[in-house]
Design a protein around this ligand. Structure first.
Ligand code: 26V
Length: 821
């Protein structure tokens, strides 16, 4: 402890006057603006610098403490971090949000007005990237020594515009105004090698491998300190940017080819240029493989360098280092660590392998076959020749173990092999990840069960003890405290603030459901949040929606398995009921969608188009005015999610059972007092268990029934033939009712539903409509609805990311908190 204090720099004060001084100073000396004519963006920069100065001090203390206490560290390797805006998060986590607001006010600036100018850090696609960001928040908040590693994409997730109802992508130039939250570390650089060939030679009786020729790119570190909530702990997220090895290649200079020299520099720097916007189909592109290896190699080199610098031996790695693979995207790390241990540090193979397996663990995030990463052997061989050899050798030893365990069973050897010989020769990254890890986890109970039963069935027979289930969670600091100030204040008034660090405390709200005053306040909060969302919809889309209506929300990536189409079919059926006078007293509804489609996913883009076409008809039909509206909010991101989620009455979680690994939006919405309508899929099952069957709307086939129906031979047309309402809705789409300018626009889409319907939309239609009727009925009894919505909030404690991270720390990483105050 002493060392930490011996070297304390004088910490900056966080009181209002000190903050004022820092902001003014930053505005003049860092931003370079006269306070008399500074723009709002200048002020934003200045406040951010004032926060940053205080964060970095705490980072230094934290780092000293971790070094001094010789802690074990976890390194989280992820291609994606979907962070969002940083300023409010930083101020709240550091505990001087109010002081800062007051300081600015005295300088004539409204904090509220400037926070929206910050760009979202959107270095992720969706669930997987947002989970990584929540995990970093929790590691810091729980004083766990955890470091994130990733890529500093120059362009993050694209911005989505809607033009004539269709998605158009625009580049996300998020660094345009500079980034006050990062610390470039030009001295923290590592070479990363691509292409070339391997030379073997014998050295004192052992074979050594040299990877020669090819290209080299430099990875340069940018540090993003991540403050915990309610403590002084600050961890670090290190993102790598690609830089040319030498600014210009001297050979070309000597040959007088200046332009060529510049071109090569630019080409090597494209590696970290852009985030791949697919989130459910593997891309198989060389640049993607290079991105994966680029950040993995730099990270593993950095981890080893730190380990050795701290004076530990390589044999101690599993005692001091845990590395978590966020999906298979960084799985090449297993081969990279083997390469460094064997080729550079000359460890014998078996010793290196024991170390490697002791260090790594792997989280699987999807069962969708098209998302499972495989790389053609010829591509891997060309880009990473030494790694391909190492993978072969890992596979050789592994398959010997398999043969030993299943003598004579050649089929299982083929099924388990890291190399898939059945369709071209492909490296199965998930197999590499399982073989090289000591723990493998799914992200919800059902998901883990299905992993053991299907994708990793044979692995589970071989190593049952390797598989664990760790249900996802979300950070209440962002998704309740920041996003929903009204509900936060109401909760604090009644049960204090302990829930921020211990979400189970929310169950203290349960008795309050019998308190009419509290129920009314809860309703008022929801009402205000709906007005806030209505304002946003008005501003962004020019559409006026009524906060009196039920806000029925489906927000997530657009994908067939998530079944936005099922929601659309319900919207059309409800529309028809109103027009035919069959809707009775149904409560008015606004159906709200948001989400991006992968640019190459034609069907997903068509679904967006359809939603907007339906919206156009519904919103302009006087016969349904005041009863029904549809809004597709463009450009779903962390910031818009923070406005939409607190305003939702109904949360649509309607994926085909067995397809959504967990879902985390389901948790965010329920925590904010939305009722869920959902299938028995992913974490919905555990949400039902937590909130109670009476407080959730469950419909449709379960995962087993989906399997059986598929095995039996699913015939979607039968449902069309036997259900008149469904037939009417599908006919309208097919015949151009919603696309009169191009009547054939959705012919193939409907055709596909009638003949294939991979995700069984038609099979679940009837039960979905029936459940929506129950939703309507309950909603019309506002008091009963509010009680149930409140119980959702009160019973969501289990889904805190802190519980998730504590489980990883204990079952997978073997790390403990190292706190200080
Ligand atoms: C996959 C791919 C495939 C290769 C191209 C680039 C790329 C980028 C991302 C992904 C990730 C797909 C997996 C994913 O996001 N899974 C989601 O993970 C959430 C957190 O565990 C979980 O809640 C969602 O159910 C699951 O779909």
């Amino acid at each position: 402890m002493d060392m930490v204090h011996d070297y304390d720099p004088t910490p900056l004060s966080c009181d209002k006057d000190a903050l004022k001084e820092s902001i003014r100073d930053g505005l003049i000396h860092i931003v370079g603006k006269d306070p008399l004519n500074a723009t709002r963006r200048d002020w934003l920069q200045a406040v951010s610098y004032a926060a940053r100065e205080r964060i970095i001090e705490r980072r230094m203390y934290t780092k000293r403490l971790f070094n001094q206490e010789q802690v074990k560290r976890v390194y989280y390797l992820s291609m994606e971090y979907l962070i969002g805006r940083m300023l409010v998060n930083s101020l709240m986590n550091l505990g001087f949000y109010e002081n800062c607001k007051d300081a600015l006010k005295e300088m004539g600036v409204d904090l509220h007005e400037i926070v929206g100018l910050e760009s979202d850090a959107a270095l992720g696609n969706g669930g997987l990237g947002r989970l990584a960001a929540c995990i970093l928040d929790s590691l810091a908040t729980q004083c766990l020594p955890g470091y994130g590693y990733g890529i500093r994409y120059e362009f993050g997730m694209f911005h989505q515009h809607l033009e004539d109802g269709e998605q158009v992508e625009h580049p996300d130039n998020w660094l345009r105004y500079g980034n006050p939250w990062e610390f470039p570390r030009p001295e923290k650089i590592y070479p990363v090698h691509f292409y070339g060939y391997v030379v073997e030679h014998r050295e004192r009786g052992v074979t050594r491998h040299h990877w020669e020729d090819g290209e080299e790119v430099i990875a340069m570190a940018y540090d993003h300190p991540t403050p915990g909530f309610g403590n002084k702990n600050v961890n670090n997220l290190r993102l790598w940017a690609a830089k040319a090895t030498r600014d210009f290649d001297l050979d070309y200079f000597n040959e007088g080819d200046y332009i060529r020299a510049v071109q090569e520099k630019i080409e090597s720097e494209t590696i970290s240029m852009v985030l791949y916007p697919n989130d459910a189909t593997a891309v198989g592109r060389e640049l993607r493989l290079k991105q994966e290896y680029f950040f993995v190699s730099a990270s593993i080199q950095d981890i080893l360098a730190r380990h050795l610098e701290l004076g530990y031996s390589l044999g101690e790695l599993p005692n001091k280092v845990a590395i978590q693979l966020n999906d298979t995207h960084p799985a090449i790390a297993i081969a990279e660590l083997m390469r460094l241990l064997v080729d550079q540090h000359h460890l014998p193979w078996q010793k290196a392998w024991n170390i490697t397996c002791g260090v790594f663990s792997y989280t699987n995030h999807t069962l969708m076959p098209e998302a499972l990463e495989t790389w053609p052997v010829h591509l891997m061989e060309r880009v990473l020749p030494r790694h391909m050899q190492i993978i072969y050798e890992i596979n050789f030893h592994f398959l010997n173990e398999v043969r030993h365990n299943f003598p004579g069973d050649n089929a299982i050897v083929q099924r388990l092999s890291i190399i898939d010989e059945s369709n071209g020769r492909q490296v199965r990254m998930a197999h590499l990840a399982v073989v090289g890890s000591h723990m493998v986890n799914g992200v919800a109970a059902l998901h883990t069960q299905l992993l053991k039963k299907n994708l990793f069935r044979d692995f589970h027979r071989l190593w049952p003890e390797r598989f664990v289930s760790i249900t996802n969670g979300i950070t209440p600091r962002l998704w309740l405290n920041q996003a929903n100030p009204g509900l936060r204040d109401l909760i604090n008034e009644h049960i204090g603030e302990d829930w921020l660090m211990d979400l189970q405390q929310l169950n203290k709200l349960e008795p309050l459901i019998d308190n009419p005053g509290f129920r009314e306040r809860f309703q008022q909060v929801k009402r205000r949040n709906k007005e806030r969302l209505a304002d946003m919809i008005k501003e962004e889309m020019g559409l006026t929606v009524s906060p009196d209506a039920m806000f029925d929300v489906q927000i997530k990536r657009i994908h067939e398995y998530k079944r936005q189409l099922l929601n659309v079919l319900h919207i059309i059926s409800y529309y028809n009921r109103i027009r035919d006078g069959r809707a009775g007293e149904q409560a008015p509804r606004v159906s709200i969608f948001a989400g991006k489609a992968a640019p190459s996913y034609v069907r997903a883009k068509q679904i967006i188009h359809l939603i907007n076409d339906v919206a156009d008809v519904v919103n302009h039909d006087p016969m349904v005015a005041g009863k029904q509206q549809v809004a597709f909010i463009p450009n779903y991101d962390v910031s818009s999610a923070s406005v939409i989620i607190p305003a939702a009455d109904l949360s649509e979680q309607i994926s085909t059972a067995g397809t959504e690994a967990s879902g985390t939006g389901n948790m965010k919405l329920a925590l904010n007092g939305a009722m869920t309508i959902g299938t028995l899929d992913g974490a919905n099952i555990e949400i039902r268990q937590a909130v109670g069957e009476e407080n959730i709307f469950i419909f449709g086939l379960n995962a087993d029934e989906v399997d059986h129906l598929r095995a039996e031979g699913y015939r979607p047309r039968d449902y069309y033939d036997s259900n008149e309402e469904l037939r009417q809705a599908l006919d309208m789409i097919r015949d151009g009712f919603f696309s009169p300018s191009e009547p054939g626009r959705y012919r193939d889409l409907v055709q596909n539903l009638l003949e294939v319907d991979t995700f069984m939309v038609l099979a679940d239609y009837e039960s979905y409509i029936r459940e929506q009727e129950r939703v309507d009925e309950l909603y019309r009894d506002q008091d009963a609805w509010t009680r149930r919505a409140m119980l959702n909030t009160a019973r969501m404690g289990y889904f805190s990311i802190d519980r998730t991270v504590a489980e990883y720390a204990e079952k997978v990483w073997g790390i403990v908190p190292e706190g200080w105050n």
